[in-house]
Design a protein around this ligand. Structure first.
Ligand SMILES: [Zn+2]
Length: 120
């Protein structure tokens, strides 16, 4: 993934400096602007998306067990509703994408090894 830095802007509400970058997931995709976030000390950006609730949707090998409707906007199955999803059948999820994926993965690896050694 390529990331191109852009000038930062200052948030009018709380004077925090907000930075944006242009990222391009695939060479054939047009660049898109993302808001720079810091997570575990790494710069990257958050993506949010809607997905089928795992608490009230059952499937075998990716095929639904039962007659679940498809969400008109998000094109995923809508579960029958449960506590986990607030009886909506779908959930909002967040995913952090670091700009330096190799360094982030090395850090996660290190955390995992430290946890298995009983240090963390
Ligand atoms: Zn649910």
């Amino acid at each position: 993934m390529n990331a191109v830095a852009t000038p930062s802007v200052v948030c009018a509400a709380d004077q925090r400096r907000i930075r944006y970058r242009y990222v391009q997931d695939l060479p054939e995709d047009p660049p898109r602007r993302v808001r720079v976030a810091i997570h575990n000390g790494f710069e990257g950006y958050w993506s949010t998306f809607t997905m089928t609730c795992s608490g009230c949707f059952s499937s075998v090998d990716g095929h639904p067990c039962g007659d679940y409707p498809t969400h008109p906007k998000h094109h995923c199955y809508v579960g029958s509703g449960c506590d986990e999803c607030g009886y909506h059948g779908v959930r909002r999820e967040r995913w952090f994408s670091p700009f330096d994926e190799a360094a982030y993965e090395a850090w996660i690896d290190e955390q995992w090894k430290a946890k298995n050694r009983g240090e963390a």
